[in-house]
Write a protein that binds this ligand. Structure first.
Ligand SMILES: [Zn+2]
Length: 86
């Protein structure tokens, strides 16, 4: 009972982080048993920059602005074949 408010906070944070589209499924066109894929996600990062704003170093990845999208190209991480996403 004491940690009830903490649990509420955690679940609302999880809600904003989880922007995964439901029902999306990628299938490797070469071997259907392959289940790891490479695709683009858009994230917000904190950079270390110089006094002119030039990139020096990536400090952290802070947020996912757009997660994996079926419209983007997905490539099988195991064999490199393009995957079909539906
Ligand atoms: Zn594959």
């Amino acid at each position: 009972m004491m940690c009830m408010s903490n649990m509420m906070e955690n679940s609302s944070i999880m809600g904003t982080l989880k922007k995964r589209e439901k029902g999306m499924r990628a299938v490797c066109t070469k071997d259907e048993s392959h289940d790891k894929f490479i695709t683009t996600a858009h994230v917000t990062q904190s950079w270390v920059v110089d006094d002119g704003g030039e990139f020096l170093e990536e400090l952290s990845t802070d947020d996912t602005t757009h997660g994996p999208n079926p419209q983007n190209i997905w490539v099988c991480a195991e064999c490199g074949e393009e995957a079909k996403v539906s």
